[in-house]
Design a protein around this ligand. Structure first.
Ligand code: ADP
Ligand code: ZN
Length: 735
């Protein structure tokens, strides 16, 4: 028996355990935080060393050896590994999959921290070459050669070349044969943040901003600051100054932004104002670029990191501050695989690092507001728009009295005319995300309801059915309203239809549709936004994507066409979401000298939600919602976990959740409620039947205790083999 240490390794497989290995035959034993290559089943897998031990559950003779140690030094620090363990515990998710989520793709696949990349460069003799002649014979070759001559002696990485000139390889073959270019292996370019000319001062902060900034400056130690300021109140100016302090003191700042918030406008604002090149971490980057930014954050070469959700896992050499911009945004929560909230992890990580975290929003989530009320977070308020701009005015359009044809009512059409005639820009907003759509008649306001159980039916456009998500009853989707007989069309799918209808009514106007379909191509989003900002489009049509953070100087009218979905959504968060969506999109109107106007089409103008929103704003909406949730015992007053399952056979999906339900019931305490299993609101998706089981608990600890018991039971149960399943802790959508 040797007394060699046993290495605890996290491997990227859907099992909650760590795996034990012996060190490789040669060389030193791998240290915590290093990656190793290990035999796993019939394959070799990349794993992360989480620790050493002298014991194993298996007999030593059965343990295999690590094949190779992949890192010279620890790739992840103790503090990075702390975060990984925390995430694995809190979200009840296999630790190996958490490691995989935390690492950039190349590292996950076992590539070195400093990979060499294939590059191409122009040969010396290419400089005297007759490009014009080449352009006539082989234009693609000439294009590539020009690109490489511009790039200079170091040449271009092939990924970058592909971005600049797709399909360059064929042209390259010809040029290599002619001896005009060469390809070679080189170390990837290092990130250099000092490429920036200098920094420009921002506007002098107004009194509110100064007060806010001095609160944020009170401490460099852990604290959560909710910067709650109306749209355009100058929140970003306040963070910028706080970030500047941190950079001046030689520390790093991490800024998390929503998925669509990482715009070229933001990046250039940061660069100009802070005088450093921000290191960017988002899904649109090439793998090498992403790794370069990650490496620069880890080594400290980059001091300002800006990224979307997964950037929360980036190692930081010398962290000083974390900021989460638009903290209420749903994109901070990953909705598949490892279902983490980057906002919540930002708070956990800041606490562990003992540094401040600033959360900004014009429409803070009820969870964060409740923490402020309880006194654990600081509520820092910016009550008015900065500079001279006024808050936009909001009005309702009653679609029962003035019905909308093809989405647009007469009063809205008139306003559009008026604003276009004044030379201004108009935004038509279709609320689409986060709701199970109900069928609402815009002529009489009737809502299709379930005859058996007093709840609203949900529209299933694909199967043309109305279904009850409580009792399962369903009936065909009728073209006519049960009550008044008018034609009803379920709204909610149609930005394209809306675009067509606007084009018919406003033939002279340039219309630009911006939604997830129209902006799938790389760069299409940035280009559409750039055009919108420059005022090239007269009417913008879009979904949530358009509503956040953007500054369209000439925009004065916002029309919200399908607001009612939020009033009757089946999710307890519908009202909060609706108010957030409307306030965010309204915040795009009148950001400069001309005042903004917002028109909201609704068949329910009497609904008290509207009076609250228009007179009391988000403050009153959120106060009311919190009071209601305290009574109904929904979050933030309780904690939720949602178990989902999906299978080809409905009975399999349900059987699995029955196993879960029994296990929970056996381990449960009084404060735990078990709801379900039931069919998921979207009961069939991509050929699989989906079901869910909701757990609700008055205290976090007892919920987590149950989940800790549950996970291994589910992993081991035979019923799990027929389903895809997941545990969603703190779900933000219940379907
Ligand atoms: P928010 O992040 O709250 O939406 P921003 O910081 O982006 O607000 O500010 C909105 C607009 O107001 C920007 O054009 C910004 O330059 C301007 N602004 C912010 N603070 C001031 C100030 N103190 N004086 C003048 N203009 C300001
Ligand atoms: Zn029903």
């Amino acid at each position: 028996m040797s007394n060699s240490p046993i290495i605890k390794v996290a491997v990227n497989v859907p099992l909650s355990r760590q795996f034990d290995y012996l060190p490789p035959t040669r060389g030193p034993a791998p240290a915590t935080g290093q990656r190793v290559l290990v035999p796993f089943g019939r394959r070799q897998q990349v794993g992360m060393v989480l620790g050493q031990s002298s014991e194993s559950d298996l007999p030593i003779a059965k343990l295999k050896r690590c094949s190779e140690v992949l890192d010279k030094d620890a790739l992840l620090s103790d503090s990075d590994l702390w975060l990984i363990r925390f995430v694995s515990d809190y979200y009840h998710h296999p630790v190996g999959e958490v490691v995989a989520a935390a690492l950039p793709t190349l590292l996950r696949h076992g590539k070195p921290l400093h990979p060499t990349i294939e590059k191409i460069a122009a040969a010396d003799r290419a400089r005297e070459f007759d490009l014009e002649a080449l352009a006539r014979r082989a234009p693609k070759q000439a294009e590539l050669l020009t690109l490489l001559l511009d790039a200079g002696g170091d040449g271009l990485g092939v990924e970058l070349a592909t971005e600049m000139l797709p399909n360059w390889r064929r042209a390259a073959t010809g040029l290599i044969e002619k001896g005009l270019i060469q390809s070679f292996e080189a170390r990837a370019d290092e990130f250099d943040e000092r490429l920036v000319a200098g920094k420009r001062p921002g506007p002098d902060l107004n009194k509110d901003q100064q007060d806010a900034l001095s609160k944020l400056r009170l401490s460099d130690r852990f604290g959560v600051y909710l910067l709650d300021g109306v749209t355009g109140s100058g929140k970003t100016e306040v963070y910028l100054q706080r970030v500047d302090d941190v950079l001046q003191s030689g520390k790093q700042a991490l800024l998390l932004v929503p998925e669509i918030g990482l715009t070229p406008q933001l990046v250039s604002r940061l660069r100009d104002r802070l005088g450093v090149e921000p290191a960017l971490l988002h899904s649109g980057l090439t793998d090498t670029a992403r790794l370069a930014a990650w490496r620069a954050a880890r080594s400290g070469a980059a001091t300002l990191l800006v990224g979307t959700r997964s950037a929360i896992f980036t190692p930081l050499k010398n962290p000083g501050l974390i900021i989460v911009d638009e903290e209420h945004d749903q994109s901070f929560k990953q909705q598949e695989g490892l279902r983490y909230s980057a906002r919540d992890l930002a708070i956990a990580r800041a606490k562990h690092l003992d540094i401040p975290v600033v959360l900004g929003s014009a429409t803070p989530s009820l969870e964060m507001l409740q923490h402020c009320r309880g006194g654990s977070y600081q509520h820092v308020i910016l009550p008015a728009r900065a500079g001279g701009a006024k808050a936009p005015t909001m009005h309702l359009v009653d679609t029962v009295r003035t019905p909308a044809t093809e989405g647009i009512s007469e009063p809205l059409a008139e306003s559009i005319h008026r604003h276009l005639d004044a030379g201004a820009q108009v935004l038509i907003f279709l609320n689409r995300r986060g709701f199970a759509p109900t069928l609402i008649c815009s002529s009489c306001g009737h809502i299709a309801g379930c005859e058996r159980c007093d709840s609203r039916l949900t529209v299933h456009a694909g199967s043309r059915q109305l279904r009850c998500h409580h009792c399962g009853a369903s009936r065909p989707l009728n073209e006519h309203c049960d009550e008044c007989g008018e034609t009803v069309k379920p709204l909610g799918e149609g930005t394209q239809r809306l675009e067509e209808s606007l084009a018919k009514r406003f033939p002279g106007a340039v219309i630009s549709r911006i939604d997830s379909d129209s902006t799938q191509l790389k760069g299409a989003m940035d280009e559409a936004l750039e055009n919108a900002t420059l005022g090239h489009a007269n009417i913008l049509v879009g979904t949530q994507m358009l509503s956040k953070g953007h500054h369209f100087p000439n925009l004065t009218l916002v029309g919200v066409v399908n607001a009612d979905q939020g009033l009757f959504g089946t999710d307890f968060r519908s009202g909060e979401r609706m108010a957030q969506a409307i306030i965010q999109v309204a915040g795009r109107a009148g950001r400069e000298s001309r005042p903004g106007e917002v028109l909201i089409q609704t068949a329910f103008p009497e609904n008290k939600f509207w009076a609250t929103l228009i007179e009391g704003g988000y403050r009153e909406i959120s106060d009311n919602a919190l009071a209601e949730r305290a009574i109904t015992r929904w979050p933030p007053f309780t904690r939720l976990a949602l178990l989902r399952s999906a299978a080809h056979r409905k009975s399999d999906a349900h059987r699995f959740l029955e196993v879960a339900r029994r296990c929970v019931a056996e381990n449960s305490s009084d404060s735990l409620r078990i709801l379900g299993p039931v069919d998921a609101p979207m009961a069939r998706k991509a050929g699989r039947y989906r079901a869910q089981l909701l757990l609700q608990s008055g205290d976090r600890a007892s919920l987590h205790r149950v989940l800790r018991e549950l996970r291994p039971v589910l992993e081991g149960d035979a019923s799990a083999r027929k389903v895809r399943w997941s545990i969603d802790v703190d779900p933000i959508e219940l379907f």
